[in-house]
Design a protein around this ligand. Structure first.
Ligand code: SAH
Ligand code: SF4
Ligand code: F3S
Length: 465
């Protein structure tokens, strides 16, 4: 089991005060640009917490900030080009304000050789920070400020879990809560285990303490995060994920609990029962299938068959007839034939997911799949993708239309992008719902009668309890 340390007890925390003292009463601002999944979003909240402990305040935009951070993702290719483009644009701002700190962090930094390459190409980047040592950020910033030293600080392996790091969240009623870090599954296409390290779970007492503290600040909905939450606690003597859900269900003030991601191979009956029996646990599950072909699933190292996946779906729907199911699918994995792809389509047709995230396979250097023969042309992959998307939209729309006339309970998140006096928020299923409302309802649960449906979104009128 990974060791556990408290941020307050390690020397890195003292650098927060030193940076504050360095600036004295001079204002200093920060800007964070976040790419990738919820893990990175949650890490950026910790980074913002650390920066604010150093006296930084949020900047209006990237160009005017005293510290600019890019929290990177590398799950698919193309991300590096985008980052290079953004850095190119920032160069001018750095010339105007030489004291601006530019910091790169996140998963891409842990990719073999990438940080070194970027360091040579972008001389004005001050700090390169990996995913395992976020807590060192105050010390690294202090060093750059006082000694003008460019640093690259990457730990090859995960270290102890550091608890009690400061955090800044934008939303008041919702919070992400990490329950575990890393991944042991090594799906053959995926870079995550290489850049996030081995699986380690937080102690259930630490998670519960965090959730209780969140509830005291007005948080009503929590999203538990891990690459494979179903294996929470395994091999380290911790309680099971289902027991963790039961424990957190008892926290007063928390009204809704979500979690992601679930790996089909580890989805237990105990978890299905816990979801069924615990009213605060949202009746929704993200269960990535990746492919409907047994041959491809084997090549992907997913450890389940199409039949086993479909059996899980049956069990889930038997326990919770209205459960909202979503998934991830990869199109064009090396060696995927038309027949394999037809298996994916037929699985999608059989399950009819509420929503699906679809990705064209992207080779990642260092993963086994990148070495596999891939004879399908890009054009063919695109054509398959278009067929898949058409099918997904059709199922999504049908699921959405089936909600018309029903009442959904929505946690109002904010103003809708379009339309005055419109708010938006998520129903228990995870669907986005738009409805007329007042600003003081943001952060509250609202009942909405569904009137219109689009694939992946609903709209309607509010109703009294
Ligand atoms: N741990 C989660 C998700 C991790 S990444 C899980 O196991 O489901 C999120 C999604 O990105 C994956 O589910 C997969 O569909 C997609 N993905 C990961 N690597 C990819 C690659 N090399 N090419 C295309 N899609 C990829
Ligand atoms: Fe990647 Fe597979 Fe781990 Fe998910 S379970 S993070 S897809 S290796
Ligand atoms: Fe990307 Fe890292 Fe998440 S590679 S998808 S940000 S774990």
């Amino acid at each position: 089991m990974a060791g556990i340390r408290s941020f307050h007890q390690i020397t890195d925390s003292t650098f927060c005060t030193r940076v504050r003292t360095f600036f004295g009463d001079r204002p200093h601002t920060y800007y964070i640009e976040t790419y990738g999944c919820q893990m990175n979003v949650r890490d950026s909240q910790t980074i913002a917490g650390l920066l604010e402990s150093m006296g930084y305040t949020p900047a209006a935009n990237r160009q005017s900030a005293d510290a600019v951070l890019f929290n990177t993702c590398c799950v698919r290719e193309g991300a590096e080009d985008r980052l290079r483009g953004n850095l190119g644009k920032l160069k001018e701002a750095k010339v105007k304000n030489p004291d601006m700190l530019v910091i790169l962090c996140g998963c891409m930094m842990q990719e073999d050789g990438t940080a070194d390459k970027l360091r040579r190409a972008f001389r004005f980047v001050d700090i390169f920070l990996g995913t395992h040592n976020t807590h060192e950020l105050p010390m690294l910033i202090y060093r750059v400020l006082t000694a003008k030293e460019r640093t690259l600080s990457l730990w090859e392996r995960e270290g102890d879990i550091v608890e009690d790091m400061p955090v800044v969240r934008e939303k008041t009623a919702q919070a992400y809560v990490n329950i575990m870090y890393g991944c042991n599954n090594f799906c053959t296409y995926c870079i995550v285990p290489y850049v996030r390290g081995r699986e380690r779970s937080r102690r259930h007492e630490d998670i519960e303490r965090e959730v209780r503290a969140l509830a005291r600040t007005g948080v009503k909905e929590i999203m538990l995060l891990g690459q494979n939450v179903n294996s929470y606690g395994k091999n380290c003597g911790e309680i099971s994920f289902a027991s963790l859900l039961r424990l957190l269900h008892g926290v007063d003030g928390i009204e809704r609990i979500r979690f992601m991601t679930s790996h089909p191979k580890d989805l237990s009956d105990e978890l299905i029962e816990a979801m069924r029996d615990l009213p605060k646990v949202a009746c929704a599950l993200h269960l990535p299938v990746q492919s409907g072909s047994d041959r491809i699933l084997r090549q992907m190292n997913r450890h389940y068959t199409r039949e086993q996946y479909l059996t899980l779906v049956k069990k889930l729907r038997a326990a919770m007839p209205d459960i909202a199911l979503s998934t991830d699918v990869i199109v064009g994995f090396p060696g995927e034939t038309e027949e394999d792809f037809a298996d994916t389509l037929s699985l999608m047709e059989e399950v009819r997911f509420d929503s699906a995230f679809t990705f064209v396979y992207s080779p990642r250097v260092g993963t086994p799949a990148a070495e596999m023969k891939d004879e399908t042309s890009d054009g063919e992959k695109k054509a398959r993708m278009a067929r898949l998307i058409a099918l997904c939209e059709e199922s999504s729309l049908a699921r959405a239309q089936s909600k018309i006339g029903t009442r959904v309970r929505v946690l109002a998140e904010g103003k809708a992008r379009k339309g005055e006096h419109l708010l938006c928020g998520r129903a228990e299923s995870g669907w986005m719902v738009t409805f007329p409302g007042r600003e003081d309802q943001i952060g509250q649960f609202v009942n909405v009668r569904v009137i219109h449906a689009k694939p992946n979104s609903l709209s309607g009128e509010t109703e009294e309890e």
